[in-house]
Design a binder for this molecule. Structure first.
Ligand code: HEM
Length: 161
């Protein structure tokens, strides 16, 4: 009886250790990230019914389809989608000149407002589908070694492929 109990104990112990071993050796693979060129991002501008709607802020491409009442065809913020609208979001402006990723000359206040909308609205409400080429690559087309995907734990990166 005692021998049986010892055997069971040993079995449980070795199984636990083996599991620990597997956990230690297993390393989650890094998810590939999708790169969007300007041209590609333009395809998701909400003009076609039933197609996903994408918009980038700070080089992060969000799927804003569930905010169709804001971003869909003829909706008030439709001008922001299908492109990187960082400047427009920072300035809360729909002026065509602000529909760009260029942040040159923005005030401290506008940059703070940008970060708060980026975190509080976009990152918390919409799934990330990828990143713009200008965020992932350097100007000469080489990979930007400082690129890090955004941390958005409550969403899984959506992969269309
Ligand atoms: C008369 C001017 C405006 C009014 C009355 C207005 C009103 C609103 C309202 C009621 C919301 C919804 C807030 C919620 O989720 O409960 C909203 C969201 C928003 N507004 Fe405006 N807005 C105005 C101008 C603008 C302009 C010029 C921009 C330019 C970028 C802008 C960008 C946004 C964005 C990005 C959101 C978040 C949409 C989302 O949740 O995806 N708004 N606005």
């Amino acid at each position: 009886m005692a021998t049986t109990r010892t055997c069971v104990l040993l079995f449980v112990l070795s199984a636990t250790l083996a599991e620990e071993d597997v956990k230690l050796k297993y390393k989650a693979p890094t998810k590939p990230v999708r790169l969007f060129t300007e041209e590609e991002l333009r395809r998701y501008d909400g003009s076609q019914e039933g197609q996903p709607i994408y918009m980038a802020v700070k080089g992060v491409v969000f799927d804003v389809t569930k905010g169709k009442e804001f971003y869909g065809k003829d909706a008030p913020y439709n001008a922001l989608v299908g492109k990187d609208s960082t400047r427009a979001v920072a300035k809360m402006s729909l002026d065509p000149a602000d529909l760009t990723s260029d942040t040159t000359g923005l005030t401290e206040e506008q940059l703070k407002s940008l970060d708060s909308v980026f975190e509080g609205t976009y990152k918390s409400k919409y799934p990330i589908v990828g990143y713009t080429a200008s965020r992932i690559l350097n100007e000469d087309g080489s990979p930007n070694k400082d690129f890090r995907p955004e941390d958005q734990p409550h969403f899984r990166i959506k992969d269309e492929f």
